[in-house]
Design a protein around this ligand. Structure first.
Ligand SMILES: [Zn+2]
Length: 302
């Protein structure tokens, strides 16, 4: 009787193993891919389309990306027009499989408008950890729907990640607390930090606007130079994935007007750094940004 029972349970285990082919997930950005990996672990095989350091606003799907999208069980993208050049490819897959924007469940009133594209929202919501938590919850829901058998594991893993994100949110607030209100201005290359600014108490100014598709003009450079000089802002932040055109022109312009602007370290704007580097995860990216911002804007003690 006992031997029979063992045989039956072993058979069941074998059936489960045979059935458990990993879900094929295609994610556009590294932060989405990482979320899937954290929640699904070995139950999913994730391919990231936009590698760290590559600009998602202008990224076009390569022929091998299109093959991966066709073969995927599930496609997850950031949305809010971030992947502007891939929307048509997503559309073509929508009838065949689940194609989900991880931003889809964020309440509209929490979204910020894109100042340049009327009727569109600013896509850089991940810089507000509370909004990224919503994207994590959405991702969990989509994974459970696609693979109900492992729902319990997905829920446990997602809950653990959400707790990590709660700690991160508190640490960000603490990490920025020595920056006085007058210095809480982020001047950056492109407009990626409005959600960060709103959540953590900063103002933003930038050379290039929300979408890196349009080039900056001479007028943009002048506007930012004047802003730095007039408001006595000490730093201009570079970015990891956006070319640094015009930053030197701004620094020179300010110098000519008698105001010294330092080129602060590079912020991770559109996603984390190289995998395995300290900023190679969502959490690492946020912590690295806070360190860079705090070190540039906290008054130096003499
Ligand atoms: Zn961006």
């Amino acid at each position: 009787m006992l031997a029979q029972f063992v045989v039956v349970t072993n058979l069941l285990a074998l059936c489960q193993i045979a059935h458990a082919a990993p879900l094929k997930v295609v994610a556009t950005t590294p932060q989405i891919a990482e979320t899937v990996e954290k929640i699904a672990g070995s139950y999913a095989e994730v391919r990231t389309l936009v590698a760290p350091g590559i600009d998602p606003h202008t990224y076009k799907a390569t022929p091998s990306d299109v093959t991966a999208l066709k073969q995927a069980d599930l496609i997850l993208y950031s949305g809010l027009h971030l992947e502007a050049q891939m929307e048509k490819v997503f559309e073509s897959q929508r009838k065949k499989k689940s194609v989900v924007a991880v931003s889809q469940d964020i309440a509209k009133e929490k979204l910020l408008p894109d100042p340049e594209l009327k009727g569109h929202f600013d896509p850089h919501f991940w810089h507000d950890v509370t909004l990224w938590k919503q994207a994590v919850a959405t991702t969990k829901g989509v994974l459970i729907k696609a693979d109900k058998a492992n729902a319990r594991q997905y829920t446990m893993n997602a809950d653990a990640y959400l707790k990590t994100l709660d700690r991160l949110h508190t640490d960000i607030e603490k990490g920025l607390e020595l920056i006085p209100p007058s210095a809480r201005v982020l001047v950056t290359i492109h407009d990626a930090f409005s959600y960060f600014a709103k959540q953590y108490g900063f103002k933003v100014e930038n050379i290039q606007g929300v979408n890196t598709e349009s080039a900056a003009s001479v007028a943009d450079v002048k506007r930012v130079t004047d802003f730095l000089v007039t408001n006595k802002i000490p730093a201009l932040f570079l970015e990891n994935a956006t070319p640094t055109r015009n930053a030197d022109a701004v620094i020179e312009g300010a110098k000519a007007k008698g105001w010294k602007v330092a080129l602060a370290g590079a912020l991770y704007a559109d996603g984390p750094g190289e995998k395995g580097s300290p900023a190679g995860t969502y959490e690492g990216m946020m912590r690295a940004n806070v360190k860079t911002i705090a070190s540039a804007l906290t008054p130096k003690q003499n």
